[in-house]
Write a protein that binds this ligand. Structure first.
Ligand code: FAD
Length: 464
């Protein structure tokens, strides 16, 4: 039998977008029902994305430091890896956050319904769970149903040695020969983890650069640092994977059309993520979904159906947790009648690799493509006392600013903790700061963030 209930606001999907929206709505006094198909809240980010990957990257960083500390006069010997212990540490990080998010639903009286949701019409969602199905009627709805990994048609995804990012985070085993297809952020983070755990890693990337969205000079620093750690094949594509008993026989084609074959013990497919727009019966509610599965929205996150909103990965790029959660807050406040819009000046991007690659605002590539009259100021970490003292002086801090007015347009950093250093630059961009404002801010000595101040001083000196 199908039961039926009513809610003021229905939120579909319990990831960073969905739970942020639901909790803000509850704080604003709305009656909220949150529908999630998985047993835990937190979505991709907390369960199989941001959090487990960062826990494993921490393990990777401890391993690399232990191995490389000979250079500073300490020899720990080759670290012993207890894979069960590593898995337990990762899971403990996930569980702590997931239970915190679940507790917040309880304390705010948000009704959580477990099951797969699909629209029946513009005011009704059908939820199918273990105990059958129920109908939920709503006045407003926020779709936050996220995304899933892209699969490739010529790859045997059902073979246990062919992984997506979720599989890789489970640490099924440490492959001796490991191929990562896709040199974007997720691919490189997993390459960092498995290289540190002892795999021989090869990364194949179709574009002419790793992390194609980032500036080339930052990536050059990253690649130079990693030249002996893993093999990178650019402008190349995997065209076949043949699963045999002795391994996965992989054919790679380069940009001259030449092919070669190599054998791997595991392959990670990390070629992007596809939004879940086509999986929720959107057409029944009159919501338009494009060919890729994205649901278009206006600057208040409203779809073409005015009482239905879409936030997070499902409404477009960049697919990042902090974009999803900020959008969740805006959609919630719009429903509550606040006059707000989602128009950030910047959404920062970070690859938590070794070293980290981070950027905010415009990249130099984008400034060039927009024919802006810009200038770049860089500070090499080879002149940073803090970086030298940490034996990690390969990094670089780069600021992009308007050549005439000095307005900060963007920033990029490659180096240890680059992601943490980016915070002040996102704030500066949101505040519309000039490069001189950054230069006049006293940065503590010796710190890595001092490189931001020093780059700004160099840049400010060029403005007449
Ligand atoms: P999701 O987190 O995907 O949540 C959607 C939820 O909706 C899921 O829980 C899903 O089960 C549920 N759902 C979907 N359809 C239905 C349905 N029909 N019925 C019921 N429930 C449904 N981003 C960062 O900002 N920083 C990082 O460091 C980072 N690292 C990442 C690492 C990896 C390996 C991966 C894969 C992603 C990473 N991301 C990172 C991206 C980040 O996880 C996503 O951008 C973020 O989770 C998007 O949030 P969301 O709320 O839009 O969707």
């Amino acid at each position: 039998m199908t039961s039926s209930q009513k809610t003021d606001v229905l939120v579909l999907g319990g990831g960073p977008g969905g739970y942020s929206a639901a909790y803000r709505l509850a704080d604003l006094g709305r009656n909220v029902t949150l529908v999630e198909r998985h047993a835990t809240l937190g979505g991709v980010c907390l369960n199989v994305g941001c959090i487990p990957s960062k826990a494993l990257l921490h393990v990777a960083s401890v391993l690399s430091e232990a191995r490389e500390s000979k250079a500073i006069g300490i020899n720990f010997g080759e670290p012993e890896i207890d894979l069960d212990g590593v898995r337990a540490f990762k899971q403990k990080s996930v569980d702590k956050l997931v239970s915190g998010v679940g507790g917040m639903a309880k304390s705010r009286n948000v009704t959580v319904v477990r099951g797969v949701g699909a629209f029946k019409d513009a005011h009704t969602l059908e939820v199918t769970g273990e105990d059958g199905s129920s109908l939920i009627q709503f006045d407003h709805c926020i779709i936050a149903a996220g995304s899933r990994p892209v699969t490739l048609p010529f790859i045997p995804h059902d073979d246990a040695r062919v992984w997506d990012s979720t599989d890789a985070l489970e640490l099924p085993f440490i492959p001796k020969r490991f191929l990562v297809i896709g040199g974007g952020i997720i691919g490189l983070e997993m390459a960092t983890v498995y290289e540190a755990l002892g795999s021989e890693v090869t990364v194949v990337e179709f574009a002419d650069q790793l992390v194609p969205a980032a500036d080339t000079d930052l990536i050059r620093v990253y690649q130079r640092f990693n030249k002996d750690r893993f093999t990178v094949r650019l402008q190349s594509k995997v065209t076949a994977v043949d699963a045999r008993d002795d391994g996965l026989h992989v054919t790679v084609e380069n940009n001259r059309g030449e092919t070669d074959e190599a054998v791997y013990d595991a392959v990670l497919v990390a070629v992007g993520r596809r939004p879940n727009g086509s999986q929720i019966g959107a057409d029944q509610a009159g919501i338009k979904v494009d060919e890729q599965g994205f649901i278009g929205v206006d600057n208040q996150l409203r779809t073409k159906v005015p009482h239905i909103y879409a936030i997070g990965d499902i409404n477009g790029n960049p697919m990042l947790a902090h974009k999803a959660s900020h959008e969740g807050h805006v959609a919630a406040e719009v429903i509550a009648g606040h006059k707000v819009v989602f128009e950030p000046r910047t959404i920062p991007s970070i690859a938590y690799t070794n070293p980290e690659i981070a950027w905010t605002g415009l990249t130099e590539k984008e400034a060039k493509a927009q024919s802006l009259n810009y200038e770049v100021a860089t500070f090499p970490w080879s002149a940073s006392g803090r970086a030298i003292g940490a034996d990690r002086s390969e990094g670089k801090t780069k600021l992009i600013f308007d050549k005439d007015r000095g307005t900060l347009l963007g920033a990029g950093i490659v180096g240890i903790n680059a992601g943490e250093l980016l915070g002040e630059l996102s704030l500066a961009l949101e505040f519309g700061a000039d490069i001189e404002d950054v230069a006049l801010t006293i940065h503590a000595h010796p710190t890595l963030h001092e490189t931001v101040g020093l780059a700004a001083e160099l840049g400010a000196g060029t403005i007449t």
